[in-house]
Design a protein around this ligand. Structure first.
Ligand SMILES: Cc1ncc(COP(=O)(O)O)c(C=O)c1O
Length: 421
């Protein structure tokens, strides 16, 4: 399928990508434990909780935690938190969500797994509809459990041909969309998973294409699962989620979390936005699949998150950009990284992101992305190889997270320059 913008992958190839991703992590831990790593641009958060939360909220996480914290919360998650999420979505997209359309999950990753179990009908140890189409690039590790433990049959359409566009958009031919709807002997998938924007490139699926996919899914009773985790810090205002009321379709299951946009991954709070029936209750639907993980987030983390959501709602209503000053500082770092990369030898391409804190690049290197990542580790820096997201390992695509301190960015880029020379 090289003549298209995408490569088609099956379970076996996805598991290979996951293995590469896991091998990379094992390798980096070895170098970290040996004390060799001086800088890391391989993942990160743009800020620390103390930069986005006032002191009284921070105290609630520890010394002043409320004594009446719920030991077991409601199974769908804190009601007030769910209300705030619905309110924020409605302010952004003119939708009419209520708390009943929101279920709190222990992170977006877990949310995706529970949602897939539900759409595949995993019941009594069996899945009656295991076929899932995935539009990549995306974080493949999230599909390990669905494949290995729940029998998912995944066909991925990885828009990762290095010299092409890395996203399904209006210019990608109509045939690509038809293919996605008719995987495996013309049998349609039960769900189509889209990461919007994608990871590692930070590119949005065009609104036109997304609407077309949703309409087709409504006609054919297919679910569209949209992972929106990387939707923060839009760099070009013309390219974003750009949803309107149409996104609130019974076929659409949206997944998000506070991990990236509020830099609070350690809270492990994610959420699903979907039709009430799909979300279910303690025994049924997606919520029912959480079983023992009810009550979810700690009370104090809920409080902190409600505060941040409220701030974001107010920014939208006042026409201000939420965390605008943080974004400005990040823009300077993004520009610094881009400037450095542009004058380096052996950088074949830089993929400008539409959003988020990552930037992907392709290198001219005699080995694979993993081999290059190990060379970089030996010289004291971490940069993420992109093969775990669906890139061909020999294409040597890396992902740089530019939300790091200036001296770390400089160190890491100096190492990259030396190694590529
Ligand atoms: C696209 C995407 N979805 C989900 C996750 C995991 O999110 P969480 O920390 O909320 O589980 C990540 C993490 O990097 C991601 O990139």
């Amino acid at each position: 399928m090289e003549e298209n913008n995408y490569f088609r992958r099956d379970n076996e190839q996805i598991l290979q990508a996951i293995t590469l991703f896991c091998n990379y992590h094992e390798l980096l831990h070895k170098y970290v434990i040996e004390g060799k790593i001086k800088s890391s641009l391989d993942r990160g958060a743009f800020t620390r909780p103390s930069d986005v939360l006032p002191e009284e909220i921070i105290k609630l996480l520890g010394s002043e935690r409320k004594s009446n914290s719920f030991a077991y919360g409601t199974e769908a998650g804190d009601h007030l938190l769910r209300e705030r999420i619905a309110e924020l979505e409605n302010a952004r997209h003119k939708t009419k969500y209520s708390a009943e359309n929101i279920a709190i999950m222990p992170g977006a990753w877990a949310g995706l797994e529970f949602a897939l179990q539900e759409v595949m009908g995993f019941t009594n140890g069996k899945c009656n509809a295991p076929r899932i189409a995935v539009i990549g690039p995306t974080l493949y590790q999230m599909f390990y459990s669905p494949i290995k433990h729940f029998g998912a049959e995944i066909t991925a359409f990885d828009f990762t041909a290095a010299d092409k566009k890395h996203i399904l958009d209006v210019e990608s031919d109509e045939e690509s969309i038809d293919e996605i709807f008719s995987i495996k002997q013309r049998q349609k998938p039960k769900a189509i998973v889209i990461t919007n924007p994608n990871n590692p490139d930070g590119k949005y699926v065009s609104t036109e294409v997304l609407r077309k996919i949703i309409e087709k899914c409504e006609q054919q009773e297919i679910y569209v699962v949209i992972d929106e985790l990387q939707n923060f810090f839009q760099w070009d205002n013309s390219r974003g989620l750009n949803y309107a009321a149409w996104i609130q379709s019974p076929n659409v299951i949206r997944i998000d979390s506070c991990s990236k946009r509020y830099a609070l991954a350690e809270y492990r709070i994610g959420w699903i936005i979907a039709d009430e029936k799909m979300l279910g209750n303690r025994m049924d639907g997606i919520i029912g699949r959480m079983s023992g993980i009810m009550g979810n987030a700690p009370r104090a983390a809920n409080t902190a998150l409600i505060y941040l959501l409220q701030q974001e709602i107010e920014s939208i209503l006042e026409g201000n950009e939420f965390l605008g000053s943080v974004k400005q500082k990040l823009l300077v770092k993004k520009e610094y990284v881009t400037r450095r990369l542009k004058v380096m030898d052996n950088i074949k391409a830089i993929y400008e992101p539409d959003a988020c804190i990552n930037l992907a690049l392709q290198c001219n290197y005699s080995g694979t992305d993993m081999q290059l990542a190990e060379r970089l580790m030996q010289q004291g820096t971490l940069i993420m190889p992109a093969s775990g997201y669906g890139y061909n390992t020999q294409d040597c695509v890396l992902r740089i997270t530019f939300a790091e301190r200036e001296e770390k960015l400089e160190h890491s880029l100096n190492v990259l320059e030396r190694v590529l020379n």
